[in-house]
Design a protein around this ligand. Structure first.
Ligand SMILES: [Zn+2]
Length: 424
């Protein structure tokens, strides 16, 4: 089952409705709502605390102070009233997601930052999450389920914790899209264990349609209120929709019609239309303004692009990865790095014609100043596969010059000897 779950479809709470009229937005939570121990709500906080502990111990926790400060400043700009109370963690996970747990800890995923075209888009999504927090939606959901005598949520909270322990067995079940190279299995298993964990959290933090609608509206208002473009709100969902449609897997593409792994959630189109209506008569950015915002945001995420793209390929949905790379290329920067990862996506997908597409991408990559050294290595391998020994030798020698301390030096040197011997 896990293999059919798109990382994007796991953008759980963000796939809500914009159908219902939002409630008055004056009633906001005050700080420090931690319930007394033994109270009915205490379990919700305990689960949040456990999730926070897990996140802080996770290898996925990003440790870059510059990126951390950037995200914190953005959240404090959006929500100065909660700035002192929120604990913000940036997680290196290739999934479009962010959460604001009831206990005040916030996770922002690299997959969201990679997919935001501008700071306005990121600000809208974070504003949405802060609105869930501000409106106590998690607590409301908890109470609704209790009132209905519904034990499902309580069980799901347990599942979210159990999911952590169960990850290894899920990851080792072998029930995932068959990787065509043995060295990807470890990566894929790691990604799957993350997805199992996220699925547990998704279930735990699943909000009602009305709450999603309200968070949409309030998030857009919050971001617009501090100067961000309100049209960024529908724009990021349109981008996500297009990426889902580019998936390799029919189950994922169909998820647009079903909207989400949760049957109760409505169509994404409704949500986009509601956000467009709310943006209303606000003028669109000019082309120059839009371009300036794209470039400013790219400068922020540039130091992380390579790692985030590498992680994205590990999701093994290369149709989505290729679509994402095209969007990133549209900014007109980082073209050497992006062409290299385009080549990697084709090479790993390995369908008819993909290897020649990969070769073309590597050849393009090395014409740009920002091409990584690995582009020459992969170009060498691709030229060698295509029977172009002289070009392969040139590329592999350039790789060794550009990456003199690389761990695979002995392997490449041996390959060069073989190529030269067979070609002399
Ligand atoms: Zn939400």
């Amino acid at each position: 089952m896990i293999r059919t779950v798109s990382a994007l479809a796991l953008a759980f709470c963000l796939w809500g409705s914009a159908l219902a009229a939002p409630a008055a937005d004056t009633v906001m939570r005050s700080a420090n709502l931690r319930p007394a121990s033994g109270s009915p709500e205490a379990g919700l906080w305990q689960a949040s605390d456990e999730a926070e502990t897990y996140a802080r111990q996770s290898a996925d926790l990003d440790s870059d102070p510059v990126l951390g400060a950037y995200v914190r400043n953005l959240i404090c700009k959006l929500a100065p009233e909660y700035c002192g109370e929120l604990r913000i963690l940036v997680m290196t996970r290739p999934v479009l997601n962010a959460t604001a747990a009831p206990n005040g800890y916030v996770e922002v995923y690299s997959g969201l930052m990679l997919r935001s075209r501008t700071e306005s888009e990121l600000a809208y999504v974070l504003g949405h999450e802060i609105s869930h927090f501000a409106r106590n939606h998690a607590l409301a959901q908890w109470q609704r389920n209790k009132t209905r005598g519904n034990v499902t949520l309580a069980i799901q909270v347990g599942v979210s914790v159990v999911a952590i322990a169960a990850m290894a067995s899920v990851a080792n079940s072998g029930d995932f899209y068959a990787p065509n190279k043995i060295d990807y299995i470890g990566d894929a298993a790691q990604t799957l264990s993350d997805l199992a964990y996220i699925h547990g959290l998704a279930t735990y933090f699943a909000y009602s349609r009305e709450d999603e609608s309200e968070a949409d509206r309030l998030g857009q208002i919050r971001a617009h209120g501090v100067g961000y473009d309100p049209w960024a709100a529908p724009a990021i969902w349109q981008s996500v929709g297009a990426e889902v449609r580019a998936s390799e897997y029919p189950e994922v593409r169909k998820s647009l019609a079903r909207a989400t792994i949760f049957d109760t959630h409505p169509l994404t189109e409704d949500r986009i239309e509601a956000l467009k209506r709310a943006a209303g008569s606000t003028p669109h950015q000019t082309a120059e303004e839009s371009r300036a915002e794209e470039q400013a945001y790219r400068a922020i995420i540039r130091p992380h692009l390579a790692v985030w793209l590498r992680d994205d390929l590990r999701r093994r949905d290369l149709g989505q990865s290729l679509h994402l790379i095209s969007r990133l290329e549209a900014v007109g920067e980082d073209l050497g790095l992006l062409a290299y990862y385009r080549g990697e996506a084709y090479r790993q997908r390995h369908r008819d014609g993909d290897l020649s597409s990969a070769l073309a991408a590597y050849r393009l990559s090395i014409t740009h100043a920002d091409a990584p050294a690995e582009a020459w290595r992969e170009l060498g391998e691709a030229e060698s596969r295509a029977g172009n020994a002289p070009a392969a030798i040139r590329a592999l020698e350039t790789y060794l010059t550009r990456a003199p301390g690389s761990e695979d030096r002995w392997l490449i040197e041996s390959e060069l000897e073989t190529l030269k011997a067979s070609h002399s």
